[in-house]
Write a protein that binds this ligand. Structure first.
Ligand SMILES: [Zn+2]
Length: 136
């Protein structure tokens, strides 16, 4: 089984590759800035239940709120530096690596299935850097 740092980094990296910076910011604003799910939901025009869902997934991987916060804080700068591989054109999402045209609900699945090696290599590099510079 993956450790919490790897699992959370992978979750965030896939969102960033998909171009979904909004979810990453929502997670950061809840765990690090201490904003409420309803404030975050209002800001990004998504439901507070969706915000809670994202956060719950992160906390489940870390098994505690404190650990989740420490991990997100440590990996966030590196995750934000990852360039998306998905370009949105209207309602279509185009994969810049293989030119697949996708619907929004299939984007993350596509990245996980077709570009697993790239995901794993990015995650590995981030986890190595984080382990060298912090306690997580
Ligand atoms: Zn692709």
């Amino acid at each position: 089984m993956e450790d919490a740092v790897t699992a959370i980094t992978k979750y965030l990296v896939i969102k960033k590759l998909a171009g979904d910076t909004l979810t990453i910011l929502a997670i950061k604003e809840y765990l690090i800035d201490g904003l409420s799910p309803s404030t975050i939901g209002y800001k990004y025009k998504i439901s507070k239940f969706r915000v809670r869902g994202y956060i719950q997934r992160i906390i489940d991987k870390a098994r505690s709120h404190v650990a989740a916060t420490a991990i997100v804080k440590a990996v966030l700068p590196y995750v934000l530096g990852v360039d998306p591989i998905i370009l949105r054109v209207g309602n279509t999402y185009i994969c810049l690596l293989c030119d697949a045209h996708l619907k929004s609900e299939n984007v993350e699945h596509h990245i996980r299935r077709k570009h697993r090696d790239i995901v794993n290599s990015i995650v590995e590099q981030i986890v190595l850097k984080v382990r060298r510079h912090s306690q997580v």
